[in-house]
Design a protein around this ligand. Structure first.
Ligand code: SF4
Length: 305
């Protein structure tokens, strides 16, 4: 996108997102990883769409953040930047699929594959190395049987939070459509039995995911030029901000506000403090408290659940 350093983008808005310090740190770590691998290996590419398996009915593919290889040592690498806090193992199915697809894209023979996760919120990069025969064995014994099972006419959807999280099939998946259909013709909540109410609560996440998938599909279709009666793309809610903070402060002073009102000093949160403190230093419990703002409906995990 640009040859400028990530640090130059601090506080600049890109596609509606303001680049904060976290985003800059993530970009810097990712760039450092890419540059190190490029120097070490010689061949490094970013944002490559790779396909591990393809048939008329199924495609197992994705976009690898980074892939590269050495012509001398036979090493192939896959790198992935994770900006979320959820821990991701360097040896994951996703990385193995990217590795298979990446090697096919490179059209070369390799000896080893190193898969690296760049996830700055969990510290240093973590890597896993395996031989190419090990990866091909996993493909034959795990990936291909899984693809065949999914293609079988008797295949059942097996929903789970992690499996469904990024699945693009939610809008056509029976495991999500059926709960939606059931709820859409349900009686008023007051008329439901406790068992029916519990069953509906259990399915809320699937129904919400289905609705979200519908919105995603509709957005894409409209962006692709489709006309959906009564729907269009509109601007997101805009938040007001000062055009010039110095001018605004001067105006507020003249309007009668004092400095402590215009520039309130607030102590940082315990979480923000721990980010700034030396690695491994935690804020002592005697300095913090947790105050709940009230009760909310949530899962109970009692005996037998
Ligand atoms: S959304 Fe449906 S098809 Fe996709 S992972 Fe979940 S259960 Fe499987």
């Amino acid at each position: 996108m640009t040859s400028s350093a990530p640090e130059e983008w601090l506080d600049i808005e890109v596609e509606g997102i303001r680049m904060d310090q976290d985003a800059i740190t993530y970009a810097r770590k990712h760039l450092d990883y890419i540059e190190t691998e490029e120097l070490r290996l010689g061949n490094v590419f970013v944002e490559q769409f790779v396909t591990a398996f393809e048939s008329p009915a199924v495609r197992v593919a994705g976009t690898a953040d980074v892939l590269g290889w050495s012509d001398d040592t036979g090493e192939f690498i896959i790198g992935d930047l994770k900006t979320g806090r959820g821990w991701v193992d360097a040896d994951s199915d996703q990385m193995r699929i990217y590795a298979l697809g990446g090697m096919r894209l490179a059209k070369k023979q390799f000896k080893t594959v190193t898969m690296t996760i760049v996830q700055p919120c969990h510290g240093v990069n973590r890597s896993h190395t395996m031989t190419v025969p090990e990866l091909l064995k996993w493909e034959a014994q795990v990936l291909i049987p899984a693809v065949q099972a999914a293609m079988a006419t008797t295949a059942e959807a097996v929903p789970s939070e992690t499996a469904c999280q990024w699945c693009p099939a939610k809008a056509i998946c029976p495991a999500h459509i059926e709960p939606f259909n059931t709820m859409s013709v349900a009686q008023a909540p007051e008329a439901l039995s406790n068992e029916q109410l519990t069953s509906f609560l259990d399915n809320i996440a699937k129904v919400e995911a289905f609705i979200k998938a519908l919105e995603t599909y509709a957005t894409k279709r409209i962006k692709d030029g489709a006309s959906l009666r009564g729907w269009q793309m509109g601007p997101k809610k805009a938040h007001r901000s000062w055009v010039n903070e110095a001018d605004a402060a001067e105006w507020l002073h003249k309007a009668g506000l004092v400095s402590s009102q215009i520039f309130p000093h607030k102590i940082i949160t315990p979480a923000a403090a721990e980010e700034l403190l030396e690695k491994g230093t935690t804020v002592t419990e005697t300095l913090t408290k947790k105050v709940s703002s009230g009760l909310t409906l949530c899962r109970s995990f009692g005996i037998g659940e």
